[in-house]
Design a protein around this ligand. Structure first.
Ligand SMILES: [Zn+2]
Length: 340
C-alpha cells in the first residue's frame, strides 16, 4: 500500500509500505476513505519534537472495515467507521469513567500511520464507532474531523465547563480552536470570544458561532477579554495551542471560579504555583478522550445538525501529502484532507 512517512524535519514522503495485517484477535483492518494532517504532526515536521528515523504518520481516519480479528464482536466487515487517535478497550475502569485516552490498554494510532491506504486499528470494538449506514460524500470530512479535531475541541469545551448563557473565550485559531467554538455554541454558550489574528480563520470562527473576535495576544489579549467581561474574565476558556504564552493567556483570561479546558499539546509549559493558588481557576485537560464523544458526534454530523467538515480548506490526493504539511506549516491552509 501507499503510506506517508516523515524522514526528517521538513521531509515527508509517500512510499510503498507493507499492507497491515491482523496481529491481535481484537484488531480490525480498515481501508482509509479519508485521513488528514494534524497540527500536532507539525511539531516533528518543524523539528520541535525529535524525528528518530523514518516514521509512519497520521492518527485521524475514517474508512471501511476490510477484516476483523476473531475476538471482534460489534464491528463488522463493510461498516463505515470513525475512530479515535488512541485505541481503547472502552471497558476498563478508566474508560468507563470517560477517559479512554488513558485506557489501561491504550495504544496510540500515530505510530501505525493513518495517512495511508490501509490501517490496523487495535481494540476495534472499543475504538471504532460505525455510522448507521454508508455516509454520503458530503459528511465524510465532518466525520473525519470527529476523529480528532472536533472531538478535541469538544472535550476542551466540556473540560472548560461551558454552560448555557455563559461567556467562553477560545485561545488558538487552528482547527481545534475553531471547532471548540462550534462545540461551545452547541453547548449553549451565550457569548463566544475567539482569539485570532487571521481573517480567514476569524470568518470560520464567526460561522461556527463566535460573537466577538479578539486579535490581541498575551497580556493585551487578556486585557481585551477583561474589557469585554466587566473586568472579570470569561467563565470558561479553552486553550488550544500548548505554549507557555497561550496557557498563561488562558488562565489569566478566566474569572475566579472559572474553568480552563486545555487541549493544546503542552510544549515547555510551566505553571506559576503562587499565581495559580490565588487565581481560583479550575484547570482540566489533556489528550481528549474523543471516544467518549464519538457516538454523539457521529449522530450530530450524519443528521446534519453540525457541519465541522469545512475546517478542511485543502484536499489533496494522498501522494501529495508533503504539500499538505507545507501548506499547514506556512499557514496557507487550516487543515489538509488526504484522499488515498
Ligand atoms: Zn480502557
Amino acid at each position: 500500500m501507499r503510506g506517508t512517512m516523515l524522514y526528517a524535519p521538513g521531509d515527508v514522503r509517500v512510499e510503498t509500505r507493507d499492507d497491515p495485517r491482523i496481529e491481535q484477535p481484537t484488531d480490525a483492518i480498515i481501508r482509509i476513505a479519508a485521513a488528514c494532517v494534524c497540527g500536532s504532526d507539525l511539531w516533528p515536521y518543524r523539528g520541535i519534537e525529535p524525528v528518530t528515523g523514518p516514521t509512519p504518520m497520521g492518527h485521524e481516519y475514517v474508512g471501511v472495515v476490510e477484516e476483523v480479528g476473531s475476538q471482534v464482536t460489534t464491528i463488522r466487515q463493510g461498516q463505515f467507521v470513525v475512530g479515535s487517535f488512541a485505541a481503547s478497550d472502552n471497558t476498563c475502569e478508566i474508560c468507563r469513567a470517560g477517559y479512554q485516552t488513558s485506557c489501561l490498554h491504550r495504544e496510540w494510532i500515530g505510530p501505525l500511520g493513518a495517512q495511508a491506504e490501509y490501517l490496523r486499528v487495535p481494540l476495534a470494538d472499543g475504538t471504532l464507532v460505525a455510522t448507521p449506514e454508508q455516509p454520503s460524500e458530503d459528511v465524510v470530512p465532518g466525520l473525519l474531523a470527529a476523529s480528532d479535531v472536533l472531538g478535541t475541541g469538544w472535550f476542551g469545551a466540556v473540560a472548560a465547563d461551558v454552560q448555557p448563557g455563559k461567556t467562553v473565550a477560545v485561545v488558538g485559531d487552528g482547527a481545534v480552536g475553531l471547532l471548540a467554538v462550534l462545540a461551545a455554541k452547541h453547548l449553549g454558550a451565550g457569548r463566544i470570544i475567539a482569539m485570532s489574528r487571521h481573517a480567514d480563520r476569524q470568518k470560520l470562527a464567526l460561522e461556527y458561532g463566535a460573537t466577538d473576535i479578539v486579535t490581541e495576544r498575551g497580556d493585551d489579549g487578556v486585557a481585551r477579554i477583561k474589557d469585554l467581561t466587566n473586568g472579570l474574565g470569561a467563565h470558561s476558556v479553552i486553550e488550544a495551542v500548548g505554549t507557555q504564552e497561550s496557557m498563561l493567556q488562558a488562565i489569566r483570561s478566566t474569572r475566579p471560579g472559572g474553568h480552563v479546558g486545555y487541549v493544546g499539546v503542552a510544549h515547555g509549559v510551566q505553571l506559576p504555583g503562587e499565581e495559580m493558588f490565588y487565581s481560583h481557576v479550575h484547570l482540566h485537560g489533556g489528550p481528549a478522550p474523543v471516544r467518549r464523544f464519538l457516538p454523539e458526534l457521529v449522530d450530530l454530523i450524519t443528521s446534519h445538525a453540525i457541519d465541522p467538515g469545512n475546517v478542511f480548506d485543502l484536499t489533496l490526493p494522498l501522494d501529495q501529502a508533503a504539500e499538505g504539511y507545507r501548506a499547514m506549516d506556512e499557514r496557507r491552509a487550516v487543515k489538509a484532507l488526504l484522499r488515498p
